[in-house]
Design a protein around this ligand. Sequence first.
Ligand SMILES: [Zn+2]
Length: 149
Amino acid sequence: MPDISTIGAVLGSLKTATDIAKFIRESDVSIERAELKLKVADLVSALADVKMELVELQDTFASKEKRIRELEEAFQAKDSLVRRYDAYYRADSEGKPVGVPFCLRCWENDHRQRQLVHDAKEYRIRICTNCGHRYEGRLAGDIQPTNPD
Ligand SMILES: [Zn+2]
């Protein structure tokens, strides 16, 4: 994936293109036609590099924007999740954990809400479908509302 150094590459390619254009502008009228064609070919090549590098940067910016949106959503949801034992839960109106468990590891490491599911073979084990982490069911079980009304 391109990173901040790609910007340096774009600037380098632009400098190359500018230098070639300056050389052509400042050349004596007697510049050989063959040499001129060669320089123009170099110029086109340098501009093609710039274009390619900018496309890479465009992709990078798009994926970074997506990740920022995810983090913003996680940040807004931050106070709504509360921990009990080995999992996180949504909070009820009194701030107590309730409902389905979310993966502690995914939430704490990546700020992603991922529900835990029962392991197909061992029912007492809860498993995260995202990171594969396994939890002891009684430490990461569903929590029924205390006062259902
Ligand atoms: Zn997980």
